[in-house]
Design a protein around this ligand. Structure first.
Ligand code: KG4
Ligand code: ZN
Length: 331
């Protein structure tokens, strides 16, 4: 079964080809155009997808040594994501499938992040808990089966990745700032206290944290203009600790109240070195196996869309040819 998948929900154009569930190619064409703006500009992202799609598909077919006519289905991200970006991917996928006379498979991007655990290596046993942390989402998900998962808790305002990126903006770091904060945090100590939200249950909130970092920096800068550049490593380390502690505390709560066989981490923020090590420790302390996908399958990629489509294909879950993108697609 040969599936080509298109992921275009945000600012990266991802194409992947999988054959019988094995990844034959997984290419992500990054969009550098947004760096100068400190955030993704939706209209520029859609246009860039338009430019990137065909060359990325050609490279993917070449790498997989597969001809277009041999494909059995085209998969795409239906949502959630930026409307214009999704629209480019969905219409392209539908047209391509129609011209090849093969079915399409619509995939929820957030299911894709979780299904990334089924791409390679040891696969988690059901049921397991997945902490999905990306630029747009922060969710604790109960995963009972490949097509039976539900959200136990999620952010009520900013996502964890967004919290990293917004703090990075205050520190004049390039976008996305998560990797820079991670890098500088290694050189500093968590000596500053930023506020942690006290939200009941398994939901998250990062807006109070963000404001506390902002007020702290404004106060310090009044006293010392060079405060940020002189203390960058300690500020990064402190901010990172606060975000990671918040995530781990909620996961701990979720583990204590559910019968599970493992814990998994997904989404771009799972690249964070402190989160990875604290997550490993969490699993160890509860004697639960821990699953963290390799880096290329953590950040946005099309292989996770392709593997989800692989399981949907087996169940005959195809999309109608008039399917439309859903920017706020429900889980
Ligand atoms: O899942 P992803 O690739 O895209 C979305 O669907 O959002 O996640 C991107 C997010 C960005 O906010 C980025 O700053 C964050 O992941 N990120 C990190 C690290 N690497 C990427 N955050 C903290 N530490 C990192 N090492
Ligand atoms: Zn994502």
């Amino acid at each position: 079964m040969k599936i080509l998948a298109i992921e275009s929900s945000c600012d990266d154009t991802g194409i992947s080809i999988i054959v019988d569930g094995l990844v034959k190619s997984n290419i992500v064409t990054n969009q550098e155009v947004h760096e100068q703006y400190g955030g993704v500009i939706p209209e520029l992202a859609s246009r860039q997808h338009h430019i990137n799609l065909i060359p990325t598909i050609e490279s993917s077919l070449n790498e997989a040594k597969i001809e277009m006519k041999d494909l059995d289905a085209i998969a795409y991200t239906k949502g959630p994501g930026l409307l214009g970006c999704l629209m480019v991917g969905v219409t392209f996928a539908r047209s391509l499938a129609m011209s090849l006379n093969i079915p399409t498979i619509a995939v929820n991007h957030m299911h894709g992040h979780i299904m990334a655990h089924f791409i390679e290596g040891d696969k988690p046993e059901f049921p397991f808990l997945c902490l999905t942390v990306s630029g747009g989402h922060t969710q604790i998900v109960m995963v009972n089966d490949v097509d039976d998962m539900h959200i136990l808790g999620e952010t009520i305002d900013d996502a964890a990745g967004e919290a990293f990126d917004k703090v990075g903006k205050m520190l004049n770091l390039p976008y996305p700032a998560g990797p820079y904060i991670d890098k500088y945090a290694k050189l500093g100590k968590p000596i500053y206290n930023f506020s942690k939200a006290r939200i009941e249950g398994l939901n998250f909130s990062f807006s109070g944290f963000k404001t506390s970092v902002l007020y702290f920096l404004q106060n310090q800068m009044k006293k010392d203009q060079n405060f940020i550049q002189d203390n960058l490593h300690d500020i990064c380390s402190s901010a990172q600790h606060t975000i990671v502690d918040t995530l781990i505390a909620k996961m701990e709560m979720a583990i204590n109240s559910h019968e599970i066989k493992g814990i998994a981490l997904a989404g771009g923020v799972s690249a964070n070195s402190l989160l990875r090590s604290k997550f490993e420790e969490l699993g160890l302390s509860h004697q639960l196996p821990v699953f963290i996908p390799s880096f290329e399958y953590c950040t946005d990629n099309a292989a996770m869309i392709a593997i989800t489509a692989h399981y949907k294909y087996k169940k005959g879950l195809f999309a109608p040819l008039n399917d439309m993108p859903e920017p706020r697609m429900k889980f």
